[in-house]
Write a protein that binds this ligand. Structure first.
Ligand SMILES: Cc1cc2nc3c(=O)[nH]c(=O)nc-3n(C[C@H](O)[C@H](O)[C@H](O)COP(=O)(O)OP(=O)(O)OC[C@H]3O[C@@H](n4cnc5c(N)ncnc54)[C@H](O)[C@@H]3O)c2cc1C
Length: 350
């Protein structure tokens, strides 16, 4: 097992056996073998570089709103990314781009999740290129950028997370994806800091190259519109209000929607797992220890206060096994499992 020399622990403010549950929205999971916070980009890169030099595994934690951390914790170095700079770069030509990952339309959309009443097209025209540190909180970025007259990110209001976590999984807000705005990403891997253009990021529905590349996202360059500030602010506030009704003692929706072809093949009314878990699998409200399949939205699992990662894992497994029995498919997880063994992961990820 690779370790840090003791002298480095002090000089880089790396601590041992730090509980990670408080740094996640599910509030479960064990400790990090090594833990450090990166208040800025330089510290983030220094920590990753040093870990690489000592062959210590690195896990980046953003807001912790899309992860399930095992009760045994995570081996290696966990870096909580707090880098927070937003820097305007230069003018850009903003062209509205709609990603063609069509899996967002939800027939079972409850009234308070409906988005079409808020959506509007941003006009093409002069925009601004902006670098955002990967640790910037989404909420902070949205507010600051709209105040500066830069619009586009209002669709992601109310989503807890950092810019790095958002790009990692190409988050969707309403009918928009963050990839619509990303022009480049600066990453670190194997001792090198380098840039990737948007075309190299392999964005898809709930997907980017970062799922398998092992690269650390250091900062993200976006082209934002010089759009209507008041309209964007109003959409942002209204959407955040709706998102507030979702259970926040969760990691959001646990499953990626089905494709339209899968829905048709299975003869289902909806592509959404909220509908499937509730109406087909009949698992809404099922409890394991302190975890429950949400009564508000059956694709969310809530921590009622005393859940362990094991409780949540067993609900995820129950949904997966029941879907396999009844429909012959296993849902694709939208949350990331950290600290689990390959055998455990294989029980949920086909
Ligand atoms: C109430 C609620 C509502 C939500 N609503 C939505 C929604 O509408 N749409 C949506 O898409 N998601 C939603 N989510 C899920 C989640 O908020 C987003 O996916 C969010 O962007 C995750 O960001 P994070 O910083 O918390 O990532 P984390 O959970 O900290 O990390 C997620 C993954 O990204 C990796 N990662 C994070 N930062 C970096 C980096 N800098 N470099 C490399 N890897 C990195 C982590 O290692 C981990 O594997 C919701 C969650 C909650 C709790």
């Amino acid at each position: 097992m690779s370790t840090f020399p003791d002298n480095l622990l002090d000089s880089l403010s790396i601590r041992r056996e730090v509980p990670l549950a408080p740094f996640t929205t599910w509030k479960v999971g064990g400790p990090a073998e090594y833990y450090a916070e990166a208040p800025d980009r330089d510290t983030l890169v220094t920590l990753v570089r040093t870990a690489e030099e000592h062959a210590v595994d690195v896990t980046i934690l953003g807001w912790g709103s899309n992860v399930l951390i095992a009760d045994r914790g995570i081996r290696g170095l966990v870096i909580r990314n707090r880098s927070a700079q937003i820097e305007p770069l230069s003018e850009c030509e903003f062209t509205p781009r709609r990603e063609d990952f069509i899996r967002l339309q939800q027939l079972d959309t409850a009234k308070y999740y409906s988005f079409s009443d808020l959506d509007y097209p941003e006009e093409p025209g002069p925009g601004m290129l902006v670098w955002l540190d990967s640790g910037v909180s989404l909420g902070l970025a949205i507010n600051k950028l709209i105040s500066d007259g830069l619009t586009g990110l209002q669709w992601f209001s109310g989503i807890p997370g950092t810019i790095g976590g958002a790009v990692y999984n190409n988050i969707h807000g309403g009918s928009h994806f963050i990839s619509e705005y990303v022009r480049a990403v600066e990453v670190f891997k194997d001792g090198t800091l380098y840039q990737l253009s948007a075309d190299e990021l392999d964005f898809g529905y709930d997907y980017s190259r970062f799922h398998s590349s092992g690269e650390v996202i250091v900062r993200v360059q976006m082209c934002l519109a010089r759009g209507n500030r008041e309209k964007a602010r109003a959409a942002s506030v209204a959407w955040a209000q709706k998102k507030k009704l979702q259970p926040h003692n969760s990691a959001g929706c646990c499953y990626a929607n089905l494709s339209e072809e899968e829905r048709e093949r299975l003869g289902l009314e909806s592509i959404g797992w909220g509908y499937i878990i509730d109406q087909i699998l009949k698992l809404k409200g099922t409890q394991r220890g302190g975890a429950v399949i949400s009564e508000h939205h059956a694709a969310f699992i809530e921590n009622t206060g005393s859940a362990t990662a094991g409780d949540i894992f067993s609900l995820l497994k129950l949904v997966s096994d029941t879907a396999n029995e009844k429909l012959g498919i296993r849902p694709q997880l939208e949350v990331f499992l950290l600290g689990f063994t390959p055998e455990e992961r294989s029980q949920l990820i086909s």
